[in-house]
Design a protein around this ligand. Sequence first.
Ligand SMILES: C[S@@+](CC[C@H](N)C(=O)[O-])C[C@H]1O[C@@H](n2cnc3c(N)ncnc32)[C@H](O)[C@@H]1O
Length: 214
Amino acid sequence: MATSTVEETLKKLNKYFSEKLETYGATAQGVDYNGPDAQRLRFEVLSKIIEPSRPFTVIDYGCGYGAFFDFLTTRNWQFEYYGVDLIEKMVITARELHKDFPNAHFTTDEKELPVADYLVAGSIFNIKMECPYDEWQQMVLDTLRRMNDLCSKGFAFNMLTKYSDPERMAGRPDLFYADPLFFFDFCKRNFSRNVALLHDYGLYDFTILVRKDL
Ligand SMILES: C[S@@+](CC[C@H](N)C(=O)[O-])C[C@H]1O[C@@H](n2cnc3c(N)ncnc32)[C@H](O)[C@@H]1O
């Protein structure tokens, strides 16, 4: 089977997600979820990293059109939000949708981000296309290190789980089914003693919370 490097894959993903956005607009399907319920449930789990009793800052890494901002807004929490995405069209759409919210900031350039209290990354590693498993996994680890450097209190991310139905996984070599125990161990050894692995919310994925401020 033909393979692609990580760089080639990220270019293909740019095209893939831009087309989704063009077809479905700023909706859950426009960022490749099955529907709004799965997106919302994932946001609920990711947001467990946040302690909202005081105003906070948060980076949404791979923000798409900024749906996590809308989720946080419905909670009536006080926060400053920084969304970053690889794809210019996503960022342009996100900016336009949130232009009336002074606490919403969007960029394609990671270097423009401040260090925030928290960082969340929702479903950004799921599609690896033809990239070899180990190379994609290495890219994920490199990205987790950068995410760790971008926040002071903690971060949360989710990925598809390798504990999915074997028949389902066999038919989707384009998806990255990660080993939750490997990533739990990596986060524990590299980032913090306080790490939670949540694998109990009924989807084919898991979430890891890395808390730095206990
Ligand atoms: C499945 S969508 C999810 C969007 C959003 N997090 C949500 O839950 O609604 C994944 C998004 O992550 C972005 N993405 C993937 N890898 C990224 C990276 N390394 N840096 C920035 N954005 C990335 C993609 O461009 C895409 O918009």
